[in-house]
Design a protein around this ligand. Structure first.
Ligand code: GDP
Ligand code: MG
Length: 333
């Protein structure tokens, strides 16, 4: 294993870290810092978690967060993994379409308004999977419990983006919305991790796109994966620096009097917005259902009318044939 002094120092800092401690603000009331990973499916969120886990523990690579070996996502729920006593990393479900409902759900997930199951829960089979569909009842019933339970978590948003993708160029507006959502939820612009970074690969264009959207911390790296599990000093250093930046960003905001009470207010505001948006969606869905029902009934009416007409014509034709036949028979007789 690699044990450079700088790396060892960061590992030590992580182990002894408590929210606010690097800026003398450890009494602000936060108990944990949670790195909230988000981004498109297949861009490397689970792999980043695996990389962080093995580098922090200074251990061999293991596919703990179960990264998929294709671009198809297998992360169905939010799962949290412990990196240090007060530092957790959360795998949120990957986005697929970047549609409005997904950004709304992202807002709920980034705000800790969805339950997360832990690594241990998964191991013991106790899973609290989160449904992807926006569920107003779910939010309402869990709202107070979740806000009270989770408001002492300081959230750091981390957007994971595959360097080889061009999706940000084609969907700039949606990315702007996602980044605004993350900022609104946490008070921080997301830290950008650019995955699948090979040596000499030009990153200027992508970096420019994210900087233009207000993101200042952009970290290109090559994750450890089942295909590439061998640890190396460069990647270790990048991963540790990424974690250091996350904690620095958290403490910067905590020092600026960002405390759990403020967080509670933010969570309530966002929850209220989510609930009202979901109510709106529900109403829209109801009216669509009604429209569908009336169209169905109309079609049914039309069909019945047509069948009745057809039946009348049929009877008339039978009557004409029968009377002609009778006339013919009487003539013959
Ligand atoms: N070459 C390379 N492959 C990666 C990297 N990060 C992830 N992958 C691969 O990309 C695929 C999807 O990764 P995964 O972590 O499951 O993405 P998620 O859906 O965002 O969690 C897997 O086959 C990974 O092995 C990386 O930095 N470099
Ligand atoms: Mg995943």
């Amino acid at each position: 294993m690699f044990r450079s002094t700088a790396d060892a120092e960061i590992r030590q800092a992580l182990a002894t870290y408590s929210p606010g401690s690097t800026r003398g603000a450890q009494h602000a009331g936060y108990t944990r810092v949670c790195l909230q990973l988000f981004g498109l499916s297949g861009h490397g969120k689970s792999s980043l978690i695996n990389s962080c886990l093995c580098v922090v523990k200074n251990d061999v690579f293991s596919n703990t967060a179960r990264s998929a070996n294709s671009n198809v996502t297998i992360t169905m729920a939010r799962k949290e993994y412990k990196l240090a006593n007060c530092v957790y990393i959360i795998d949120n479900r990957g986005l697929n379409t970047l549609a409005e409902e997904e950004v709304l759900e992202l807002s709920a997930q980034l705000n800790n308004l969805r339950m997360a199951s832990s690594e241990n829960e998964e191991a013991t089979g106790k899973d609290s999977d989160v449904e992807w569909e926006p569920g107003v009842e779910k939010i309402l019933s869990h709202l107070d419990e979740l806000i009270n339970k989770n408001c002492t978590d300081f959230l750091v948003p981390v957007l994971v983006y595959n360097l080889k993708s061009t999706i940000i160029q084609k969907n700039k507006q949606q990315f702007e919305k996602m980044i605004d959502t993350a900022y609104g939820a946490t008070g921080l612009h997301p830290i950008i991790v650019l995955t699948k970074h090979e040596p000499y690969y030009s990153i200027g264009k992508v970096v420019y796109q994210f900087t233009d959207l207000g993101c200042l911390h952009i970290i290109p790296l090559e994750n450890y994966t089942p295909q590439n599990p061998r640890r190396n000093p460069e990647t270790d250093e990048k991963i540790l620096n990424f974690l250091k930046v996350c904690l620095q960003e958290a403490d910067r905001l905590i020092q600026r009097k960002h405390n759990p009470d403020l967080r509670k207010v933010m969570m309530r505001k966002i929850a209220a917005r989510i609930v009202s948006e979901e109510e709106k969606m529900k109403v829209q869905l109801e009216s669509l259902k009604k429209e569908l029902q009336t169209t169905k009934e109309k079609v049914k009416d039309e069909m019945l009318k047509k069948m009745f007409k057809f039946f009348c014509y049929f009877l008339l034709t039978c009557f004409i044939i029968a009377s002609n036949y009778l006339a013919y028979k009487t003539k013959q007789a």
